[in-house]
Design a protein around this ligand. Structure first.
Ligand SMILES: O=C(O)CCC(=O)C(=O)O
Ligand SMILES: [Fe+2]
Length: 229
């Protein structure tokens, strides 16, 4: 998934600010910079692309939604009582430590009944979740690597923000792949085994590991329309 967003979507996605996050084509394991000393927040979009200028999803701007992210989101939506959820669009946010995201609501989707699923990887975020107006006090929660946040029902249209990315106390992303039996988990039908095996290859994993050592990646998945179009 990260490889896809770093490499493929960087090239083909017209609505992306993904520059110099990791240059996989020219990555040099002995060079400590490799575009990683990036201080700005970057983003890219998947599926139906959100146009940040017009704030609408343009139906003509569509690229296939990644199947692994689709399976994952359907798994959570089914388990949490939203069996009709259709993953149609995602925003991938890349946050170096020290960056932030201003308060906003996500209301550009036509369908506000469907939940929004948000996955966090790498460094820890302080996430503020507010209410329907800016007058009410928000609550603060940590979003750590592996956390899944669901915004559904009344929270779907609430104000939220990421005021700070902080250094995580642990790096669980580095001990995920030690047990081969993990391959037999729930997702094995949707897993890309070739990619999974590459994760044990230190050279393959190194650029991603170096990136999440100082940065956070958030992927948030939305249903835009009422049905599949
Ligand atoms: O990074 C996060 O946890 C939130 C991102 C977000 O709110 C958004 O992309 O709309
Ligand atoms: Fe948001």
């Amino acid at each position: 998934m990260f490889k896809q967003t770093f490499k493929k979507f960087k090239k083909v996605n017209p609505l992306s600010d993904l520059q110099e996050v990791i240059d996989l084509d020219n990555y040099d394991a002995n060079n400590s910079t490799n575009g990683l000393c990036n201080t700005a927040m970057r983003w890219t979009t998947l599926g139906y692309h959100h146009n940040w200028d017009t704030k609408v999803y343009d139906k003509t701007m569509h690229t296939p939604f990644p199947s692994d992210l689709c399976y994952l989101s359907k798994y959570f939506s089914l388990a949490l009582g939203f069996p009709n959820f259709i993953p149609q669009a995602a925003i991938v946010n890349y946050y170096p430590i020290g960056t932030s995201l201003n308060g906003h609501t996500d209301h550009s989707e036509i369908n506000h009944e469907a939940p929004l699923f948000s996955y966090s990887f790498g460094q820890t975020a302080i996430f503020l979740i507010g209410h329907g107006t800016l007058e009410e006090q928000p609550s603060a929660v940590y979003l750590r690597s592996g956390d899944v946040l669901v915004m559904s029902k009344e929270s779907r249209l609430c104000y939220h923000a990421v005021p700070r990315i902080m250094k995580a106390l642990e790096d669980p992303w580095n001990n995920l792949f030690t047990n081969p039996n993990e391959k037999l988990d729930t997702f094995n039908s949707s897993m890309n085994f070739e990619l999974y095996d590459q994760l044990n290859d230190e050279l393959f994993w190194m650029p991603f590991n170096r990136y999440v050592t100082d940065c956070r990646i958030n992927i948030n998945v939305r249903q835009v329309y009422s049905s599949d179009r």
